[in-house]
Design a protein around this ligand. Structure first.
Ligand SMILES: [Zn+2]
Length: 248
């Protein structure tokens, strides 16, 4: 079953590499100062933010997003739909290989609050099995479609439940300028930003936000990395909307 300790250690290792890369000046547009390098682990002082993408993958848009994130040395988290994984298996393996986090968003984008136990397991466990076969691990976090859930969802999840704290509702108008403005106004240390990697406008939004927030000193990490930074152990069935520094 899930081995969060192992993943957290892996996350910490990835962060060390990330920090060393940052200290050495790797990555566009960011100059590391001595004041930003803290503690024996040499983690940058932050602020930190997690970009998350729901409803993909989609061949064209997700590929473009992965290219842009790779150019910037940024990790993100992708809550994928099972039926969109079909035919896009290489994209999932690319995400994992490039240091991104993959999570569950059900097989058919069903609201978990309205499912029977059998249907819940069909939607969530079937996707977990698909991803395990593809990526060789099984400790995937869960984002319920529409953020809809109930007490049974938490009992049945067998995974930490990750919601969000910044939502520009990118599905509503595909207006990059408006979305970027909302995200830049609202984002604080430890926030989890919600976007959808199935729209070209959202890919543009994400990359503009990365450039603008990196210029302000933000570091982009996966949700798992954010837990590791805060020294917080993700618990199955527990709901997380953000991980502010007061947790650490
Ligand atoms: Zn969704």
């Amino acid at each position: 079953m899930a081995n969060w300790k192992k993943r957290l250690e892996a996350g910490a290792l990835a962060l060390s590499v990330f920090a060393l890369a940052a200290v050495s000046g790797w990555g566009p547009g960011h100059r590391q100062t001595d004041q930003e390098v803290i503690g024996a682990a040499k983690l940058p002082a932050g602020p930190y933010v997690a970009l998350t993408f729901d409803d993909g993958p989609r061949g064209s848009t997700t590929s473009a997003l992965l290219d842009g994130l790779a150019q910037r040395g940024v990790h993100a988290t992708f809550f994928v739909i099972g039926e969109n994984v079909e035919g896009n298996e290489l994209l999932l393996q690319r995400m994992e290989g490039e240091g991104h986090q993959v999570g569950l968003h059900t097989y058919h984008h069903k609201s978990l609050a309205q499912l029977s136990a059998a249907d819940f397991y069909a939607e969530v466990d079937s996707l977990r099995s698909t991803l395990t076969a593809l990526l060789g691990r099984e400790d995937f976090m869960l984002r319920p479609p529409y953020g809809m859930m109930n007490a049974a969802t938490q009992t049945r999840a067998a995974a930490p439940i990750v919601l969000w704290s910044v939502d520009p509702e990118d599905w509503s108008d595909r207006d990059t300028q408006r979305q970027v403005s909302i995200i830049l106004d609202e984002t604080e240390d430890g926030d989890i930003i919600l976007l959808h990697d199935i729209y070209p406008a959202s890919v543009d939004t994400a990359l503009q936000v990365v450039d603008a927030l990196m210029a302000r000193g933000f570091h982009f990490v996966t949700v798992e990395e954010l837990f590791a930074i805060r020294g917080e152990k993700p618990e199955n069935g527990k709901v997380y909307r953000h991980l502010p520094p007061s947790l650490g």
